[in-house]
Design a protein around this ligand. Structure first.
Ligand code: GLY
Length: 374
């Protein structure tokens, strides 16, 4: 795949299978597919102020080209929108537009817009069709594919939600040109995750090409995005509701969520940075438990560092983090079962598995050694 090329991948879910159109220019390429989901000749689209200022005119032109009127609902940016009050406001606006069950609602933005609009689409009139048009690297390679939608509550992130698969995903890498470098690196962490959990060949490719993709080689970035989406699509097709292999997509997330929760969600630590630091920690723990070769850990963290990402607890932005505070959060992780902590740990680069942790004191001592004496 070279710059300017598009590719259509399928998420195979029987009669709910859907295409993911990706690559530079995907938006224009997928316009007819979008129109087919809009029987009322309009596209009802949820976006935020930042994305609207940068990209809404492009979407409007693409819609006009296929005879669609764009009806945007523009919300403030930020994680605070993923709340009951944010959902209430959005649903009121969707109902005021008299959205019908037979027409699609589109999410045009990053993970917050996608999660919120997707959940609204799941419940408005008991469910409408849904289109994901992700505008961040993180949303393109992870959150827009697979049907997870949710809001947050004071008890934790993403605790209220639904699986609601989109009917179409359009991941146009042209919109990533305006992404700040820190956001782009953070999104790249989810690409590394896909390789680190199950695809050693892809990791080798990233080690060779990933930093070039991040520093402006569009063709390499398109390839990294496409390979990640294809990897995620395969996992979702095997385990839509996370009863098995899909849980591996949480590599780096148990430690990462603990860090995010301690840092607050105001931008001191981005989600992808938390995932990178969490992955480094999971690999370090794998080495500590003699599950994984130390060389693989070294290779992973060298690559994360080369791509401008944190590699563990001691250099994650937004710290310092303490082992005891992390343990409090880890004990309440929603992936735990019957009181047992479930961590995704490595056997090797490209080979992760679910590890049931019974030795909480041992884990806390390990974290204390990683975070330093604070
Ligand atoms: N973001 C992880 C998943 O979709 O399962």
């Amino acid at each position: 795949m070279s710059a300017g090329q598009r590719q259509t991948l399928m998420v195979e879910l029987g009669d709910r299978s859907y295409p993911v159109v990706c690559g530079t220019g995907a938006l224009k390429e997928a316009a007819d597919k979008m129109a087919a989901l809009c029987p009322n000749q309009r596209l009802v689209c949820v976006t935020d102020e930042t994305v609207a200022a940068l990209h809404l005119s492009v979407l409007e032109r693409v819609c006009a080209g296929v005879g669609l009127l764009l009806n945007p609902i523009i919300i403030p940016p930020g994680e605070a929108q993923k709340s009951f009050s944010g959902l209430d406001n959005l649903c009121a606006k969707l109902l005021a537009l008299e959205v019908e069950r037979g027409e699609a609602i589109a999410a045009f933005g990053g993970g917050v817009v996608g999660d919120l609009a997707g959940f609204a689409s799941a419940i408005i009139k008991r469910g409408t069709a849904f289109i994901q048009i992700p505008t961040t690297l993180l949303a393109q390679v992870d959150s827009a594919v697979g049907g997870k939608t949710a809001i947050n509550t004071p008890a934790g992130k993403n605790l209220i939600g639904a699986f609601h698969q989109p009917a179409l995903v359009i991941a146009d890498s042209a919109v990533l040109e305006t992404l700040p470098p820190r956001q782009k690196s953070a999104g790249y962490a989810e690409i590394v995750k896909l390789a680190a959990l199950g695809d050693a060949v892809f990791f080798d490719w990233l080690d060779e090409n990933g930093s070039k993709a991040l520093s402006g080689d569009v063709s390499l970035l398109d390839e990294a995005i496409t390979r990640s989406i294809a990897g995620k699509a395969r996992i979702v097709a095997r385990d839509e509701r996370e009863h098995g292999v899909r849980a591996l997509l949480n590599l780096g997330h148990s430690f990462g969520h603990a860090l995010e929760s301690l840092a607050g969600y105001e931008g001191a630590l981005l989600h992808g940075e938390a995932v990178a630091a969490g992955m480094g920690t999971a690999y370090a723990y794998g080495v500590h438990l003699q599950l994984c070769p130390a060389d693989d850990y070294e290779r992973l963290i060298r690559h994360l560092a080369k791509c401008g990402l944190p590699t563990g607890l001691s250099n994650a932005p937004g710290g310092p983090y303490t082992a005891s505070a992390m343990m409090q959060i880890l004990k309440n992780d929603k992936k735990n079962q019957s009181g047992t902590l479930r961590l995704v740990l490595p056997r090797a680069l490209g080979d992760a598995f679910i590890y049931e942790e019974h030795d909480l004191a041992g884990l806390e001592a390990f974290l204390r050694a990683q975070t330093g004496p604070c």
